[in-house]
Design a protein around this ligand. Structure first.
Ligand code: 5GP
Length: 207
């Protein structure tokens, strides 16, 4: 299938406290051409999470089997648990022409870039670390040591952001959703993506 008919893979990462999940929700609500990949993980479900909607919750043994059998597009060990993207669903959607959004951490994102060089990697950052810290504390669910640990992890992640294609600052959810939407629109207008249309035009031209 031509690039122009196939969807694009959009990878979104960002440190905790950046407001990633709100932006993800905004993106999905904004576009009926975008599908959100459901990851697999070995961590336990949180109270509000639903199997098959938020994650596929797997035992470590089953997760490892899927890695060995090549069923994961990427995977990473994060905070003592495995997280990974089931490949089949992603490819089925791309073939149907949907763009597919992966909300994953940095190690996984870099694997995707390696395996699918046409993937678009976006790194979402807060306007300031002060703001990220306030958001983390505002959740009220994390004690001081956990907040500090997350901020230390954030520094490591921000250092890796240079390997991404785009950096979007989450000043407001609306602005971030618009910026990421613009990145996707531009990708669909690349000369490579538009090659089929150019060929159609040429086919109509007199020799
Ligand atoms: P949480 O446990 O808070 O849901 O997620 C922890 C981290 O794992 C987040 O940074 C999230 O983006 C990342 N994550 C979720 N799913 C995947 C996945 O399929 N692959 C990778 N590499 N990271 C994931």
């Amino acid at each position: 299938m031509r690039m122009s008919n196939r969807g694009r893979l959009l990878v979104l990462s960002g440190p905790s406290g950046t407001g990633k999940s709100t932006v993800v929700r905004g993106l999905v609500q904004h576009s009926d051409r975008l599908r959100l990949s459901v990851s697999a993980t070995t961590r336990s479900p949180r109270g509000y999470e639903t199997e098959g909607v938020d994650y596929f919750f797997l035992a470590a043994e089953e997760f490892r089997r899927r890695i060995v059998d090549g069923e994961m597009l990427e995977y990473a060990s994060y905070n003592g648990n495995y997280y990974g993207t089931p490949q089949d669903a992603v490819d089925a959607w791309l073939d149907e022409g949907y763009d597919v959004l992966l909300e994953i951490e940095v190690q996984g994102a870099l694997q995707v870039k390696e395996r699918r060089p046409d993937a678009i990697l976006v790194f979402l950052v807060p306007p300031s670390m002060k703001e990220a810290e306030a958001r983390l504390r505002g959740r009220g669910s994390e004690d001081d040591a956990t907040v500090r640990a997350r901020l230390a992890i954030a520094a490591g992640e921000i250092r890796q952001a240079i390997h991404y294609d785009y950096i979007v600052v989450n000043h407001t959810v609306e602005q971030a959703v618009e910026d990421i939407g613009a990145v996707l629109r531009a990708a669909h207008l690349s000369a490579e993506a538009m090659e089929g249309h150019l060929e159609n035009l040429l086919a109509e031209c007199p020799l």
